[in-house]
Design a protein. Structure first.
Length: 560
């Protein structure tokens, strides 16, 4: 909602105040796994992430209080261990009952609720954290999955402390917990297209259990995604030696071919690939994404459908299938092609076209009112775009999406970077310039008083979309700042014609009239802005100044 201008300075664009938000950005992955990095991975306690409110139907969401509990209790191991032995034993018994209930629960929300409650009861048990991570991962919530995995990592670290209660279960328990945590973290990073982190955690798993075939398979996938040909050849040879029929062989080779741009070769590897049930969701999802890149739509839909069928939520009403337009334009004036997407809890991506999901999340973000819902969809859309960019660096539409969300969320520096890159990537891909990219980039440059950068962007924006009222308003202020009063007046007039219910352009045109001593016109425009934003003190104050000026003897347009 346009609520009127900020306190103005002459010659500068005036815009309604927006509450800034942060959009999470993944840290840059390390180039290689050093001994220090390995030690960190084995001992690190992940930072807590915020809970998220859901809008899905009854029984599809966990209790928000328990979502907060699972976050806070990642730091609650020490208070638990400070309890008397009898109290600890009682809490462990309660946790065991809750864990059994979670394992037997049929509804995802109930499973999550019970798993979270089990962790809250006995937060030093890594198995409980891993069960919670599995429940969240099945529901597609990557933030909560990361939180639970951070708790599991902390709990594994405490197992090595002298006198820790669970250490009595012996070295085999400690080794299994460490191995399971490392492997689950590796898969979490692989799903997020954080290939180096996935490889690091797979290598950490092999430090715990050198003969771990699961860790070797994951390393092969990560190294394939990283395009490391010598390592891929070594790993595939070892996989074949261990099991000549393993489907991971073709999967690893497909990821390697894709990373090197050999998309048809990668597809050929997938045609006879039949993944094991345990990783069918991830494998078929990779295969569907590859087919989508190649425009093999029937294959993509078939593989995505098989991926969804392998989800732990398959058959549950909390997993819904949508057919949505993709981010990429259709070309030659055609609408964007539609593709299937499967969502959990009404919001979380499970499988299907990530491009279509990213566009859907952006639409939900832009339609949401200020508050938690807008923050939720902003984070989901940025996360989806980030995964797309890690899979396809320089993807123009993903850069565009992320830049627009950053711009709307107050992250100006990140927005400028992404939108600049999007503009360049669109040109390099032979696609037409995008009006929203040019308009937002022009606005951001104008806010930095970079007129030489802002003016061509804003002129391009209104040429590409003559109905863009905001771009006309920004162009008007840029021209006014550059000293082109006539051009500024024309641009601001066009803006108020296109959007007469928005007070900002009326206010800025009123400023232009005031500085040109056209007090009658200034009073008219500021009066219109005041009626549209009656609670805005800046408009009221400036309008009063103009009215007082008009009453002075000799003032132009003096009232009788």
């Amino acid at each position: 909602m346009d609520k009127g201008p900020l306190p103005h300075r002459p010659g500068r664009s005036v815009r309604p105040r927006a509450m800034p938000r942060r959009a999470a950005m993944a840290a840059a992955p390390p180039a290689a796994l050093s001994a220090a990095r390995l030690a960190f991975l084995l001992l690190a306690l992940a930072a807590a992430c915020g809970g998220c409110a859901g809008t899905a139907g009854r029984n599809c969401d966990a209790d928000p209080a328990l979502l907060r509990a699972i976050v806070s209790d990642s730091l609650a191991i020490d208070p638990f261990l400070a309890l008397a032995p009898a109290a600890q034993a009682a809490r462990r018994g309660e946790a065991a009952d809750l864990a059994r209930g979670a394992a037997q629960a049929r509804e995802p929300g109930e499973r999550i609720r019970l798993a979270a409650a089990a962790v809250a009861a006995a937060p030093d048990d890594p198995q409980l954290w891993l069960a919670a991570a599995d429940a969240w991962r099945a529901a597609g919530d990557q933030l909560q999955t990361a939180t639970a995995l951070g708790g599991a990592t902390a709990a594994v670290r405490r197992l090595n402390d002298a006198g820790a209660p669970l250490s009595a279960r012996g070295p085999a328990f400690r080794r299994e917990a460490a191995l399971a945590t490392a492997l689950t973290r590796a898969w979490h990073h692989y799903e997020r297209a954080e290939w180096t982190d996935a490889d690091d955690w797979a290598l950490a798993a092999m430090q715990v259990e050198p003969a771990s075939q699961g860790a070797l398979q994951l390393r092969g996938l990560a190294q394939g995604r990283l395009g490391q040909t010598p390592r891929v050849l070594e790993i595939t040879a070892e996989l074949q030696r261990l099991d000549i029929f393993t489907p991971y062989l073709r999967w690893v080779l497909a990821t390697h071919d894709e990373s090197l741009g050999r998309l048809r070769g990668a597809l050929n590897q997938c045609l006879n690939l039949r993944p094991q049930a345990a990783r069918a969701l991830e494998c078929y999802r990779d295969m569907g994404a590859l087919a989508e890149r190649l425009g093999e739509w029937a294959l993509a839909e078939d593989w995505y459908s098989q991926s969804a069928a392998a989800s732990p939520l398959a058959g549950d009403p909390c997993l819904e299938r949508l057919v949505l337009p993709r981010l990429e334009p259709g070309g030659k004036g055609r609408p964007a092609r539609e593709a299937p997407v499967w969502l959990a809890l009404g919001r979380n991506y499970i499988t299907g076209s990530l491009s279509a999901y990213a566009r859907y999340a952006l639409a939900r973000f832009e339609a949401a009112a200020d508050g938690a819902d807008r923050g939720l969809w902003g984070g989901l859309s940025v996360n989806a775009a980030g995964i797309m960019l890690r899979r396809e660096p320089g993807h123009p539409q993903a850069l565009r999406l992320r830049g627009l969300v950053f711009a709307s969320s107050g992250n100006a520096d990140l927005a400028r970077d992404d939108l600049r890159r999007a503009s360049i990537a669109l040109a390099e891909a032979g696609q037409p310039a995008d009006a929203r990219v040019e308009a937002e980039l022009g606005r951001l440059l104008l806010a930095r008083e970079d007129l030489s950068g802002a003016l061509p962007r804003l002129r391009s924006a209104v040429r590409l979309d003559p109905q863009a009222a905001s771009a006309w308003a920004d162009l008007g202020m840029a021209l006014a700042t550059a000293g082109d009063a006539e051009g500024a007046l024309a641009a601001l007039t066009r803006s108020v014609e296109l959007a007469p219910d928005r007070p900002t352009a009326w206010y800025n045109r009123g400023l232009l009239h005031m500085h040109a001593h056209r007090l009658e016109e200034a009073e008219g425009d500021l009066g219109r802005a005041a009626r549209l934003a009656p609670d805005n003190a800046d408009i009221a104050r400036l309008l009063q100044q103009v009215r007082l000026a008009r009453t002075r003897p000799g003032a132009g347009g003096t009232k009788p």
